[in-house]
Design a protein around this ligand. Structure first.
Ligand code: IDP
Ligand code: MG
Length: 136
């Protein structure tokens, strides 16, 4: 049975800055994801605040929005059967220290904030996040 899903992936400023876009894309492609759309952008602080609205009550919200808007990011729509969960698995835990071997955050993450990638956490959020970056 097919369960084709789309999810939003972001290669965050720390990874773009270290020229890791191609290496990280290779991990997604070799794990069976199809990259449907992709672009490099830089978001404003206001846009970062909108994107991370679900976290507005968190103590790290302001820092998080400053960080996402601090430099270019690479956004992708990834497609695969069960893409949302599969992406969360290949990304690894939020804190790179806790991420499993072989996950993107384990390999490339610097710290809990500079953890190299974002991935949608549910079907509903995937739709919202894809719409946020790819309105057309
Ligand atoms: P996720 O990215 O694994 O889904 P979330 O809990 O949704 O993790 O948090 C969103 C982002 O906020 C994380 O990827 C990370 O960059 C940042 N973040 C999460 N927890 C902390 C924290 O305790 N301190 C600083 N930044 C954090
Ligand atoms: Mg999240």
């Amino acid at each position: 049975m097919s369960n084709l899903e789309k999810t939003l992936s972001i290669i965050k400023p720390d990874a773009v800055e270290r020229n890791l876009i191609e290496e990280i894309k290779k991990i997604f492609v070799s794990n069976g994801f199809n990259i449907v759309k992709e672009k490099k952008v830089q978001v404003s602080k206001t846009e970062a605040q909108q994107f991370y609205q679900v976290h507005q009550a968190k103590p790290f919200y302001n820092e998080l929005c400053n960080y996402l808007s601090s430099g270019p990011i690479y956004v992708m729509i990834l497609e695969k059967n069960g893409a949302i969960l599969a992406n969360r698995e290949i990304m690894g835990a939020t804190n790179p220290i806790e991420a499993k071997d072989g996950t993107i955050r384990k390999i490339y993450g610097i710290s809990i904030d500079k953890n190299s990638v974002h991935g949608s956490d549910s079907l509903d959020n995937a739709k919202k996040e894809i719409e946020f970056f790819f309105k057309d």
